[in-house]
Design a protein around this ligand. Structure first.
Ligand SMILES: [Zn+2]
Length: 605
């Protein structure tokens, strides 16, 4: 292999490679490429860890896997395939979650470098902390479509994965979804909710009928809308959409008339909503645009053709019938699960989203575009993965050479920038954020909450979701009093008590630690009467991103992924990059990291 060919690398690097031991976390799109590069370069000792098994959809780019491997462990098959290139490498494969007690700080300490090839924030945060605790350089990689990045994280020298606050996931207020959509995504979210209301698991937070509690509709108009309830067919929203649909035997025409006619007229009666907006236009089943027009010529893929409204209604009709049949064939109480790859489910969402978009004067999208938006799919691109993995292994070589200063972050851009660059490196290493609540010498963070309302259980959630801990323990600073214990049963009896009831007050500081992560942070409690739940505050000027609503009803955590977390996610193809909203790949050092989007979250207004 390359490292053994005299003259390719200088002696120092050849020796460093020969004595190295590398951990690769994740054996997906980037992980396969990294493993191949390491093996071909001549790295002699490699461990690879991945919780996931191989899916058919991985095969187009995760080239260490073939058809016969579907269902098998990614880590194990990656190892076996890589050994076929170079049987002299010692590879240890772990089919496991990296977030496990089995992989503590001492485990991480045995490696010269850890290389992250992950697809979710939870695992990235965790490996970040393990590497900080073990003081092992971490090479963090990510791609999203044609964009990508590689960065070195080295304790004390560079910023860590958590130095910059990350933007929360995109949320859409419930009233926007139900009453005043203005973008295609609003209609797509609505259509997915409608699918669940009719055929899937009914969720009260996914109501699709007009929202009479919309604060914007208040006033006389709102009142008149409310008073008209019961006299028009607008009253159906008082009945569950499922019940109503079942009573009509899922008659597509009746469903259409209610959803795209009556409900829209009901919305129109909430006049306040339309004072500054273009009002929606209700539709009637028998009078849809496009009926008499022949199909427009289209040269692209069938899924890329934009349907006329008449065609949307036809697809609505057919998919409704198919889905109802599917639902009926299941045992009582069973329901369908929305899947972008299931034809009728995707047809239904495309048709409904487009019909609703038309009503609200929002541009209509092709089935292809809607599928990508509804499934949160950013296509995983084999070349981007390969490029990023190549850069990552070059950075690993530089680290082994002791040339850390050259290991600045590199961004792969989807298009060349104005300087003609496709790869854009930072000029210097980005230093740690002294206020980082993870890698600062004495990590500290504020937690704004209403102590009279926040329970111990909520506090645990705040530590887990806000501070990304796995098993937090908390004591009161100066008193040593244990408030929260990760040992089952020790503090559970207090779970429903408020922080005030436990004796915590404004200004009180907690020492919170996670044994597994070898991480301790001082958390200052700040009483805020208005606070609905909790909010992290790094200092008075820079509030941290809002947490997700804590009722747990709205989807999940920042993109739980298959590689290391135990959650099962259908978007196992998605690799995540930190990036800016509009300009994916490249930003000046002050960039804010945001996760590539994820499931929509709907807040009730
Ligand atoms: Zn940090």
């Amino acid at each position: 292999m390359v490292a053994r060919v005299a003259g390719v690398f200088d002696e120092k690097l050849t020796e460093a490679i020969a004595n190295s031991k590398i951990l690769v976390v994740g054996a997906g799109g980037i992980g396969c490429e990294i493993l191949k590069n390491l093996v071909l370069t001549g790295f002699p000792n490699i461990e690879i860890i991945d919780l996931d098994t191989i899916d058919v959809s991985n095969l187009n780019r995760q080239f260490l896997f073939h058809k016969e491997h579907v269902g098998k462990s990614k880590a194990q098959v990656a190892k076996d395939s890589a050994l076929s290139f170079n049987p002299n490498v010692n590879i240890v494969a772990h089919h496991d979650s990296v977030i496990s007690n089995d992989y503590g700080v001492s485990y991480f300490k045995q490696f010269q470098i850890v290389m992250n090839a992950l697809d979710n924030r939870v695992a990235r945060n965790h490996v970040n902390r393990m590497c900080l605790a073990a003081n092992v350089p971490l090479i963090e990689t990510g791609t999203a479509g044609y964009a990508g990045q590689v960065e070195l994280i080295k304790k004390g020298l560079t910023q860590c994965y958590e130095c910059q606050p990350k933007a929360p996931q995109k949320t859409y207020p419930g009233c926007t979804i139900r009453n005043t959509p203005s973008e295609p995504i609003h209609c797509i979210v609505w259509a997915k909710h409608l699918f669940n209301q009719l055929f899937g698991e009914e969720d009260p937070d996914q109501d699709v009928s007009p929202d009479t509690a919309d604060p914007e509709a208040a006033g006389e108009a709102g009142a008149s809308a409310l008073s008209s309830e019961g006299t028009t067919s607008g009253n159906v929203e008082r009945k569950s959409t499922r019940t109503w649909a079942a009573e009509t035997n899922y008659d597509p025409e009746k469903l259409f008339t209610k959803l795209f006619g009556d409900d829209i007229r009901y919305l129109l009666s909430m006049e306040n909503l339309w004072k500054k907006r273009r009002p929606p236009t209700p539709l009637t089943w028998n009078n849809l645009p496009g009926k008499d027009n022949p199909q427009e010529q289209h040269t692209g893929l069938p899924d890329q053709r934009i349907w006329s409204l008449y065609e949307c209604a036809q697809v609505f009709n057919a998919s409704c019938t198919a889905l109802q049949k599917d639902l009926k064939s299941r045992p009582e109480g069973d329901h369908l699960v929305w899947d972008k790859d299931e034809k009728s489910a995707m047809d239904f969402v495309t048709a409904c989203a487009n019909i609703r978009a038309h009503i609200f004067n929002i541009p209509i999208k092709s089935r292809f575009e809607i599928k990508s938006m509804a499934g949160n799919i950013i296509p995983a691109i084999a070349t981007a993965n390969a490029i990023v993995a190549g850069l990552a292994v070059l950075r690993a070589q530089a680290v082994l050479r002791g040339d850390i200063a050259s290991c600045t972050s590199v961004y792969l851009r989807p298009k060349v920038n104005h300087r003609g660059q496709l790869f854009v490196p930072e000029k210097t290493l980005t230093p740690p954020n002294p206020k980082c609540y993870v890698c600062a010498p004495k990590p500290e963070v504020g937690l704004a909450c209403n102590l009279k309302q926040l329970t111990l259980k909520d506090l645990t959630t705040a530590f887990k979701e806000g501070l990304n801990m796995q098993a937090p323990d908390a004591t009161v600073e100066g008193k040593g009093l244990v408030v929260l214990s990760s040992e089952p049963g020790e503090t559970d009896h207090n779970n429903d008590k408020t922080l005030e009831e436990i004796g915590l007050n404004d200004g009180c500081a907690l020492l919170v630690d996670d044994f597994l992560q070898n991480y301790e942070v001082r958390v200052r409690l700040q009483q805020e009467d208005e606070e609905k739940l909790w909010r992290l505050v790094t200092d008075t000027d820079t509030p941290m991103p809002e947490p997700k609503p804590a009722n747990g009803s709205n989807g999940s955590d920042p993109k739980p992924g298959p590689s290391t977390s135990r959650d099962n996610d259908s978007d196992s193809d998605l690799e995540i990059i930190d990036e800016d909203d509009d300009e994916p790949a490249v930003k000046p050092p002050k960039r804010r990291r945001t996760e590539m989007n994820s499931d929509e979250v709907v807040e009730l207004c």
